[in-house]
Design a protein around this ligand. Structure first.
Ligand code: INI
Length: 178
């Protein structure tokens, strides 16, 4: 990598990953989940180290992610969903709260919580990004989860070497004295 720097590896061996998946627009989210699981598999995350939970819709993803993160049993949580614009402003509330909630969980819990949620104008756009012509957001989300989980591990073990860190340890997960 140009300029050096610290980066998380793409090797998922030994990582425990939770996936929270929305049932709304299930035709799309089933494909996101298949992409995510295949990528976890490809990168060495053992089947026994993977947990999948289902929620009714994308609006419920942050709470599920928060609960999973709170168990401290996972190195990352992947959130999968598909929010497709309808005729009302409902879309904006669901998509906005989902994104903000997921970001809040990962910052509050200091754990990678990945936004694998499609926000599209129509079903075709969503299908195109769930294993269609434009790739699979679930696959990308799994890769991001592994890279970020490994990055946080590296940062925790090399905290003194992080520029500007002045030799102090990077704080552990919220509520974790270690
Ligand atoms: N949930 C989605 O995941 N995608 C959508 O497109 C969607 N739309 O359009 O309504 C949606 N709504 C349900 C929402 O996520 C909650 O489950 C519901 O409001 C109950 O809290």
């Amino acid at each position: 990598m140009e300029g050096g720097g610290i980066r998380g590896s793409d090797d998922g061996t030994g990582l425990a990953i939770a996936v929270a998946c929305s049932r709304f627009n299930g035709r799309v989210t089933d494909m996101l989940l298949a992409g995510a699981l295949a990528e976890l598999d490809r990168r060495g995350v053992a089947e026994t180290d993977r947990t999948v939970v289902w929620v009714p819709g994308a609006f419920e993803l942050p709470l599920a992610a928060m609960t999973l993160a709170g168990t401290r049993q996972f190195d990352a949580v992947i959130c999968l969903g598909a929010v497709i614009r309808g005729e009302t402003s409902h879309y904006d509330f669901v998509a906005g709260e989902c994104a903000a909630g997921i970001q809040r969980v990962q910052l509050d819990m200091r754990l990678p919580v990945v936004f694998g949620v499609l926000t599209t104008e129509n079903l075709d756009q969503a299908l195109g990004r769930a294993g269609g012509a434009l790739g699979n957001k679930g696959t990308e989300a799994a890769a991001t989860a592994i890279e970020m989980a490994n990055l946080l591990r590296r940062l925790a073990s090399t905290a003194a070497g992080v520029p500007g860190n002045a030799g102090t340890a990077i704080a552990g997960p919220a509520g974790d004295a270690g």
